[in-house]
Design a protein around this ligand. Structure first.
Ligand code: SF4
Ligand code: SF4
Length: 355
C-alpha cells in the first residue's frame, strides 16, 4: 500500500496545464480550481513540502471529487489522479475521530457481517443447474456485487441465458466504498480475498453487472482486462433476443466507471418493441458518486438536474443504467423535473421482457 509521499514524483508530473478543467464535471459547474485535479495537486505539493497541513479544508476539496476519472483520461502527463486522492484521504482520515469511526463501520466485523446477512437471506438456487447447457458452455465467474446481494435481480436474468455455466464464489465487496473513504487497509483486505478466489477459479470471463465493481476489479493487479465482460457485452456476444409486449421508448445513462458502452445499441436492437434514443451527453456523470452526494449536496443535485434535463429531452419513459449509485443520481435529478421517467438497472429492465 502506497503512502501519499510515495506519489511525490507522480504529483510533480502535473505541468499545471489546466486541461483537466475542460472535462471535470465539478469544475465546469463551479469554476473552482480546488475542485479539479490541478488545484488539488497544488495543495498536496504544499503538504509534501511541509508548507501546508493536511487539514479539514484540504480534505473538503479531496471529498469534492466524483472519482469519475475523466481528468486522468485527458491528462497529457498520464497521472492516475484517483489513486493519489485516495492516498491523501487515507493520510487524513486515519488520524481523525470521524475517519476512525467510518473505518470501524466499514470493517469486516460491521460491514462484512451485514453483507453476510444479506447473502444468507437472498441466497438464490444454484444458477449452474438451471441452465440449458451445451457441451462447451461459456464459463462465467459471476462477481455478485453488494447491491445484487442486497436487492437480487441479475441472477434471475442469468438463469434464463442459455449456453453459459455460472461459477459462483463467496466474494466480498469489490472495495470501491473503502477507496472513496480512504480506508485503504480495508480495500487491501477485500482485494487479497477476492483475488485469491478469482485465481483459484477456472473461467472464460469474469462477469459483473455493476460498472463500479468492474472498474474496481480491473484496478486489482494481475488481472487482464480481456477477462472481464459486462452483462450487456455478454448478452450481445451470445446474441440473446428479448421481446417486450408494449412498445417502449428508452434511453441509457453511461456510468463514468463503465469503460465500454459499445454494446448499448446492439443490445437494444435485439429487443423487439424497444425504441432506443441516445440522450445528449449520455456519458456525463449523474452527480451521485456514493458519499460525494452526501458531502456535496448542492453540487451533486445540480449535476443530477443537468442529467435529468438531457433524459427528459429524449421523451423516453425509461432510463436504463448499470450502476446502483447512478440509479440514485438519476432519481434525484428526475425528481426535480415534472417528467415521469422510470429509472431501472439493465437487469430490471430486461426482466420485463416477455421472452
Ligand atoms: S491535465 Fe494533468 S498535467 Fe494538466 S493540470 Fe490537469 S492534472 Fe495537471
Ligand atoms: S476524477 Fe472527475 S470529479 Fe474528480 S477531479 Fe477528476 S474530473 Fe473532476
Amino acid at each position: 500500500m502506497k503512502n501519499l509521499s510515495d506519489y511525490k514524483e507522480e504529483i510533480n508530473k502535473c505541468s499545471k496545464c489546466g486541461l483537466c478543467q475542460s472535462v471535470c464535471p465539478i469544475y465546469k459547474l463551479t469554476g473552482n480550481d480546488c475542485a479539479v485535479s490541478r488545484g488539488k495537486f497544488v495543495m498536496l505539493e504544499g503538504v509534501l513540502k511541509g508548507d501546508l497541513k493536511l487539514n479539514k479544508n484540504i480534505n473538503k476539496y479531496l471529498d469534492m471529487c466524483l472519482k469519475c476519472g475523466k481528468c486522468s483520461e485527458f491528462c497529457p502527463s498520464g497521472i492516475d489522479v484517483c489513486k493519489i486522492f485516495e492516498a491523501a484521504k487515507y493520510e487524513y482520515a486515519k488520524n481523525t475521530f470521524l475517519g476512525k469511526f467510518i473505518f470501524f463501520l466499514e470493517s469486516k466485523f460491521v460491514f462484512g457481517n451485514i453483507l453476510k446477512f444479506f447473502k444468507f437471506i437472498n441466497k438464490p438456487k444454484s444458477l449452474a443447474k438451471s441452465k440449458d447447457l451445451m457441451q462447451t458452455p461459456l464459463k462465467i465467474l459471476y462477481f455478485k456485487g453488494c447491491a445484487e446481494n442486497i436487492f437480487p435481480q441479475t441472477y434471475k436474468l442469468l438463469a434464463k441465458i442459455p449456453n453459459i455455466k455460472i461459477i459462483e464464489k463467496d466474494f466480498d465487496c469489490c472495495g470501491i466504498p473503502f477507496l472513496s473513504s480512504g480506508n485503504l487497509n480495508r480495500y487491501e483486505e477485500v482485494k487479497e480475498y477476492n483475488l485469491k478466489l478469482i485465481n483459484e477459479a477456472d473461467f472464460d470471463y469474469i462477469l459483473t453487472d455493476c460498472a463500479s465493481c468492474e472498474s474496481t476489479l480491473k484496478g486489482y493487479s494481475n488481472l487482464s482486462e480481456d477477462k472481464f465482460i459486462s452483462l450487456g457485452e455478454l448478452l450481445v456476444k451470445l446474441n440473446v433476443k428479448f421481446k417486450f409486449e408494449e412498445p417502449l421508448k428508452i434511453t441509457f445513462h453511461k456510468p463514468c466507471h463503465l469503460k465500454n458502452a459499445d454494446f448499448v445499441k446492439s443490445l437494444f436492437e435485439n429487443c423487439e418493441n424497444v425504441d432506443y434514443i441516445e440522450m445528449k451527453n449520455f456519458d456525463e456523470c449523474c452527480g451521485f458518486a456514493g458519499e460525494f452526494a452526501l458531502k456535496n449536496r448542492k453540487i451533486s443535485l445540480d449535476i443530477s438536474k443537468n442529467k435529468a434535463q438531457n433524459i427528459a429531452q429524449t421523451g423516453a419513459g425509461f432510463v436504463i443504467t448499470t450502476c446502483p449509485s447512478c440509479i440514485l443520481g438519476l432519481k434525484q435529478g428526475l425528481k426535480t423535473t415534472k417528467k415521469s421517467v422510470k429509472v431501472l438497472t439493465l437487469s430490471e429492465f430486461l426482466m420485463k421482457a416477455k421472452r
